[in-house]
Design a protein around this ligand. Structure first.
Ligand code: PLP
Length: 274
């Protein structure tokens, strides 16, 4: 977290008790972070977050990149940012020219509604993409804002025209004071069902719940795609609700005596010996 400054105050932000506090990462804190990563050779991917890292000056951001790129085992640097969508004029040619010296750099942007993708925003995303930065998007499912399959499909399609690949659709976190934005999980699954198969697969994000209690993100898929899975076949239902039978590869000898019927999530992982 390189700053708590952000170009926009999201009411549903999980860090809003911090956002707006002044200041940017100090030399001392950057050194500590870099030392930590240097001493943990299992770390291959670092996310610059905040606040919003793109509110650092070009020079300050470059100092962070230089420090990180001195770590041989660090492969990927990611930036999470709302700047391209909220302050597109910050995405200057000189910023892009600086960033591209430190590839591979990935960016995940945050958009919740197709109306956010104005011509200025599209141009800002284009400048980042032209600098070779793969762009992904993160969206929060919000009641009354985008909890509508048509709005969400339009958002995902429009992101692709801005050269942004939809990455995550988040079930809204339990942030105090924002219960009126929460939807049911069924709502999210319905939205994924309305996109998958009905338009380009590129437009389908991973629908995830960031588990309260630090369990990380857990992906959710509509349960009805896999009707049955047994040692013989997978019974599948497509986006039009048509049923398909897909024969399994020959498995090593499974128990042939009285194969029990299996529900959608019961997978034989013990060689068939229940
Ligand atoms: C989402 C998230 C990440 C990144 O997760 P990926 O699945 O690798 O994109 C890392 N840290 C935190 C706290 C996150 O919420």
């Amino acid at each position: 977290m390189v700053t708590n400054q952000c170009p926009i105050y999201c009411r549903f932000c999980t860090r809003k008790r911090l956002v707006g506090k002044p200041g940017f990462i100090s030399k001392g804190d950057l050194d500590l972070a870099v030392d930590y990563i240097r001493n943990h050779t299992e770390i291959r991917d670092v996310i610059l977050s905040g606040g919003d890292p793109l509110l650092l000056t070009d020079g300050h951001l470059e100092r962070v990149f230089i420090a990180l790129r001195a770590i041989p085992h660090l492969d990927i640097i990611r930036i999470g940012s709302r700047v391209p969508g909220s302050l597109p004029s910050r995405i200057t040619e000189s910023l892009c020219a600086m960033i591209k010296k430190y590839h591979p750099i990935y960016m995940n942007l945050h958009f919740n509604h197709p109306d956010e993708l104005t011509p200025e925003v599209k141009q800002a995303c284009g400048r980042l993409a032209d600098a070779g930065i793969p762009l992904g998007s993160q969206t929060v499912l919000l009641k009354g804002v985008n909890d509508d399959p048509d709005v969400m499909k339009r958002l995902m399609q429009k992101l692709l025209t801005c050269r942004v690949k939809p990455y995550y659709l988040y079930q809204a976190d339990l942030t105090q004071g924002t219960n009126h934005f929460r939807t049911t999980v069924e709502e999210g699954l319905k939205i994924i069902k309305a996109i998958q198969g009905h338009t380009s697969g590129m437009a389908v994000p991973h629908y995830v719940i960031d588990t309260p209690g630090g369990g990380g993100k857990i992906p959710l898929l509509p349960t009805d795609y896999l009707v049955d899975l047994n040692s013989q076949e997978a019974v599948l239902k497509n986006y039009e609700n048509r049923i398909f039978r897909y024969p399994q590869a020959e498995m090593e000898k499974v128990s042939t005596t009285g194969r029990p019927p299996h529900g959608p999530f019961k997978i034989l992982n013990n060689g068939g010996n229940e």
